[in-house]
Design a protein around this ligand. Structure first.
Ligand SMILES: O=C(CO)COP(=O)(O)O
Ligand SMILES: O=C[C@H](O)COP(=O)(O)O
Ligand SMILES: [Zn+2]
Ligand SMILES: [Zn+2]
Length: 360
C-alpha cells in the first residue's frame, strides 16, 4: 500500500481532500514531503525527476521572488503584479507537466508577509476564477506569514484567508514564531532568540481559531529554524518543542489523536538527519528546502563551466582543433542540464532523509 491508495487523483497536482489525505498519510507513516523552491521550468523538472525516480510525492513551491522570476526580472513588480503573473504562469506550467512524471504533486506558494498580501490576494483571485471553471483552486495551497506582526493580528488575518480558501478546500500554511536568517529580503539575522521559539499557548489559540473554519491548515511553528546554511553550531534547533505542542493541544482539546496538528519545518537546508527525524516524529509533514538546492543546481553548472572552459570561450575553436565548432558545448540544454542533474541528486537525498521515498 502506498500514498496513492488514499488519493482520488493519483498523479499530477492534487488539491482539497487529497492534500489533507496525503498529509494525514505522511503523519501516520512518519515521513515528510520535501517542499522545493522552484524558480523556472528547469528547477521544476529537476525536482519532478527526483520524485519520479524515488517513487515519492513532492511539493513544489514558489516564493514571491521566485514567482517574479518566473514572470521575468525585467517586469516591474512594485504592486506585486509580476509575482502574481509569474506564480500563475508557473502554476499552469506545473499543472500541465506534473502528470508526465507519474507522482502526486502539491502546488504551493511560500512565505507571504503583510507587505506582500497583494500577491496572495492576486493568486486567490486566480484560484477563484479557476474554481469557477474547474471546481478546484489553481494552487493546492498557499502560505501566509504574519509572524512578524502581533500574534492576535496574525491569527485574525490568517483566519480570514483560511475562510476565503475554505469553499475551494484550499490548504493554508501559517507561520508563528520567526524564522531567522533571510526571506524575501526581510533580514531576521538579528532577532532575539525567544521569538524563534513558538509558545504552546499560541499554537492552541491558532488551532481554536482555525479548526472551526476548515481542516485544511498547517503551522510553521518556530523551533529555532533559520533560512540558509551556516557553520555547524550556529543554529540551535529544538524539534522536541513540536512534541510539546502536540501533547499540550491533545490535552487541552481532549483529543484522542496523539498528533492533532500538522507542522511545517522551515529552513530545512543544512540540518541533520537526526533533526529531520525528530521533527517528523512530532508531526512535521513538510520540510522546506531551498538553499541546499540552489547550491546543488549551481554546482553542476559551475563544474561544467570550469571543466569545459576551453570549449566555451569562443564559438569556434577548442583544444581539439582551431576550426572545431563549440555549439554542442554552449547549448543551454547541455549546461543547464548539468545543474538539473546535481539538483535532482540533492532532491533525491532529501526524499530519502525525510523517509519520503517509496511511498508511491
Ligand atoms: O524555509 C525555506 C523556504 O520557505 C527554505 O529554507 P532553506 O533555504 O534554509 O532550505
Ligand atoms: O523563504 C525562504 C525561501 O528560501 C525563499 O527565498 P527567496 O525569497 O530568496 O526566493
Ligand atoms: Zn517568516
Ligand atoms: Zn521558510
Amino acid at each position: 500500500m502506498g500514498c496513492q491508495d488514499v488519493l482520488s487523483r493519483k498523479t499530477g497536482v492534487i488539491v482539497g481532500d487529497d492534500v489533507l489525505a496525503l498529509f494525514t498519510y505522511a503523519r501516520e507513516h512518519k515521513f515528510a514531503i520535501p517542499a522545493i523552491n522552484v524558480t523556472s521550468s528547469s528547477t521544476v523538472v529537476a525536482s519532478l525527476e527526483a520524485a519520479r525516480d524515488k517513487k515519492s510525492p513532492i511539493i513544489l513551491q514558489m516564493s514571491q521572488g521566485g514567482a517574479a522570476y518566473f514572470a521575468g526580472k525585467g517586469v516591474p513588480n512594485s504592486d506585486q503584479s509580476a509575482s502574481v503573473a509569474g506564480s500563475v504562469a508557473g502554476a499552469h506550467y506545473i499543472r500541465s507537466i506534473a502528470p508526465t512524471y507519474g507522482v502526486p504533486v502539491i502546488l504551493h506558494t511560500d512565505h507571504c508577509a503583510k507587505k506582500l498580501l497583494p500577491w496572495l490576494d492576486g493568486m486567490m483571485d486566480a484560484d477563484e476564477a479557476y474554481f469557477k471553471i474547474h471546481g478546484e483552486p489553481l494552487f493546492s495551497s498557499h502560505m501566509i506569514d504574519l509572524s512578524e506582526e502581533s500574534v492576535e493580528w496574525n491569527i485574525e488575518t490568517t483566519a480570514k484567508y483560511l475562510a476565503r480558501g475554505a469553499p475551494m478546500k484550499q490548504w493554508l500554511e501559517m507561520e508563528i514564531g520567526i524564522t531567522g536568517g533571510e526571506e524575501d529580503g526581510v533580514n531576521n539575522e538579528g532577532v532575539d532568540n525567544a521569538s524563534l521559539y513558538t509558545q504552546p499557548e499560541d499554537i492552541l489559540a491558532i488551532y481554536n481559531k482555525l479548526a472551526p473554519i476548515s481542516p485544511y491548515f498547517s503551522i510553521a511553528a518556530g523551533f529555532g529554524n533559520v533560512h540558509g546554511v551556516y557553520k555547524p553550531g550556529n543554529v540551535q534547533l529544538h524539534p522536541e518543542l513540536l512534541g510539546k505542542h502536540q501533547a499540550y493541544c491533545k490535552k487541552e482539546l481532549k483529543s484522542k489523536d496523539d498528533k492533532p496538528l500538522f507542522f511545517v519545518f522551515h529552513g530545512g537546508s543544512g540540518s541533520t538527519k537526526a533533526e529531520y527525524f525528530e521533527a517528523i516524529s512530532h508531526g512535521v509533514v513538510k520540510v522546506n528546502m531551498d538553499t541546499d538546492m540552489q547550491f546543488a543546481y549551481c554546482s553542476g553548472i559551475r563544474d561544467y563551466m570550469v571543466g569545459k572552459k576551453d570549449y566555451l570561450t569562443t564559438a569556434i575553436g577548442n583544444p581539439d582543433g582551431e576550426d572545431k565548432p563549440n555549439k554542442k558545448y554552449f547549448d543551454p540544454r547541455v549546461w543547464v542540464r548539468e545543474g538539473e542533474k546535481t539538483m535532482t541528486t540533492r532532491v533525491k537525498e532529501a526524499l530519502d532523509d525525510f523517509n519520503c521515498s517509496g511511498h508511491v
